[in-house]
Design a protein around this ligand. Structure first.
Ligand code: R5P
Length: 310
């Protein structure tokens, strides 16, 4: 097996390779003056089982192109099998037509990855599970829940915990965490009764006196998270902590989180944390390297990946 990395998350790629006890493959990804991407794989991959690690995070389009071009390079170098490893799959939120004459960009990106030459895909906490079906090649969607549950048990007293989904779309994920922690489940239901009226946050479940743990797949602007935290505290929650797999954290999100009443936001390293994230007093990053490393290991040895979650 050979593992290569694009520029989106070298640190995670190195940690994954440490777990696998192999070096990161020798490849350069650089730019022409006009920003075209040029890739050179500098070691033989003929007949090899090749894994290319690249999150399609900010800048999403550049990182996606890097992944496509690296995949093309590996295919033309006669790799026997290529697995695109996307710890964060950008464009996943565009998984349906929100209106007439709009694209389904998640499907387009899936097509591009396949057309570039990937034989398999390995990703983590897809925004919507059905995106797996956008690929006609084997696609493994790993879950961060076991890592998150372990961290919660290590850092918090779970006897008074209530797991909360910040919207109705995240209930399945929240239920999976609540089950692992043997905790109760609540839901924040955002509703706008009439157009033009402001959104009302209804909390379904009695969070009074509870230590709430919000779980979500993505924190981007931080709006969903901070509004949900406010609503929970207004409803009597003792504290609110958040566990979110992908720290997109665009624009003023870090400032929003640091000035919020959240005890802590825990994210994973699926997206390389910026300096602002690293310096934030209430944001902590936990690693997915062993989870992704083990999934790569099992893919290479043709053993079960799903049993990682038993
Ligand atoms: C939405 O369905 C997602 O699960 C996240 O809740 C959303 O992407 C978070 O975005 P933001 O932080 O901008 O509210």
């Amino acid at each position: 097996m050979k593992v290569f990395a694009g520029n989106s998350n070298r640190i995670l790629a190195e940690s994954i390779c440490n777990y696998l006890n192999i070096p990161v493959g020798n490849a350069t990804v650089r730019r022409f003056a006009d920003q075209e991407i040029f890739v050179e794989i500098k070691e033989n991959v003929r007949g090899e089982d090749v894994f290319i690690i690249q999150s399609t995070s900010y800048p999403a389009n550049d990182h996606l192109m890097e992944l496509l071009i690296m995949t093309d390079a590996a295919r033309r170098a006669s790799a026997q099998r290529i697995t695109a490893v996307l710890p964060y799959f950008g464009y996943a939120r565009q998984d349906r037509k929100p209106g007439p004459r709009t694209p389904i960009s998640a499907k387009l990106v899936s097509n591009l990855i396949t057309e570039a030459g990937a034989n398999r895909v390995l990703t983590l906490d897809l925004h919507a599970g059905q995106i797996q079906g956008f690929f006609d090649i084997p696609t493994d969607n790993l879950f961060a829940v076991p890592i998150l549950a372990r961290d919660i048990k290590d850092h918090y007293d779970v006897s008074n915990v209530m797991v909360v989904s910040p919207d109705t779309g995240g209930v399945v994920r929240a239920r999976a965490l609540a089950k692992r922690l043997d905790a109760l489940l609540a839901i924040v239901d955002k509703r706008r009764d009439r157009p033009g009226e402001s959104e009302v946050m209804n909390v379904i479940g009695d969070v009074d006196g509870k230590d709430c743990i919000l779980i979500d797949d993505i924190v981007d602007s931080g709006g969903t998270l901070c509004n949900a935290a406010e609503a929970l505290l207004k409803n009597g929650a003792t504290s609110v902590t958040a566990y979110i797999t992908h720290g997109v954290l665009s624009g003023g999100a870090v400032a929003r989180v640091t000035s919020s009443k959240l005890t802590e936001l825990v994210i994973t390293d699926s997206i390389q944390p910026t300096t602002a994230v690293q310096n934030a007093h209430n944001i902590r990053v936990i690693s997915t390297a062993s989870l992704i490393g083990e999934a790569i290991n099992r893919t290479a040895s043709e053993s079960s990946v799903s049993s990682l979650f038993d």
